[in-house]
Unconditional design. Structure first.
Length: 60
């Protein structure tokens, strides 16, 4: 997964993951790069087997 972070000061920003979100797989930072304008490129890879869910209706 590649995540780009653009620094911007406006107050409250968008959350990538909502509070209480349970991760489906563990991620490990594989690479990172910082650019002159302050932008970060973060590359993550899985660090274990993912947990798969079921989107079928009535599977609660």
């Amino acid at each position: 997964m590649n995540l780009w972070v653009y620094p911007l000061v406006l107050g409250v920003g968008k959350r990538v993951f909502a509070g209480g979100t349970v991760p489906a797989a563990l991620l490990r930072l594989a690479r990172s790069a910082t650019y002159p304008n302050g932008t970060l490129q973060l590359s993550y890879e899985t660090a274990g087997d993912p947990t798969l869910g079921d989107m079928a209706a009535g599977s609660e």
